[in-house]
Design a protein around this ligand. Structure first.
Ligand SMILES: [Zn+2]
Length: 88
C-alpha cells in the first residue's frame, strides 16, 4: 500500500516531483518572499528542486517572478541558494 504523495512542479526544470523533494518559496499577502523550509507559511507558494541547476534555471528564466507575479529580490535568491548549498 502506498500513500498518495502530493506532487508539485519545479519552477526551474518544470518537472513535477513529490512535494517533499522540493523547496517551497512563499509570497505572503504583504508581498514578502521567504524560503519556507517548514512548508507551513501562509501565502502563495512555488516550488523548486533542491539543486543548484534548477535554481540557476529559475533565476535565468525568471520563472519565480512569473509564478509569484512580482520581481523577486536578489536577497531571496541568496537565501535560497544558501538553503540549497546546505543540503548538498
Ligand atoms: Zn527542477
Amino acid at each position: 500500500m502506498r500513500k498518495k504523495i502530493p506532487i508539485r512542479k519545479c519552477v526551474g526544470c518544470g518537472e513535477s516531483k513529490p512535494k517533499k523533494d522540493l523547496i517551497r518559496i512563499v509570497k505572503s499577502k504583504d508581498g514578502d518572499i521567504n524560503v519556507d523550509l517548514s512548508g507551513k507559511l501562509n501565502g502563495r507558494g512555488v516550488y523548486i528542486c533542491n539543486n543548484v541547476d534548477c535554481f540557476e534555471k529559475a533565476k535565468k528564466s525568471k520563472g519565480l517572478n512569473r509564478s509569484l507575479k512580482m520581481e523577486v529580490p536578489e536577497e531571496v535568491y541568496k537565501n535560497l541558494l544558501l538553503e540549497l548549498n546546505q543540503n548538498e
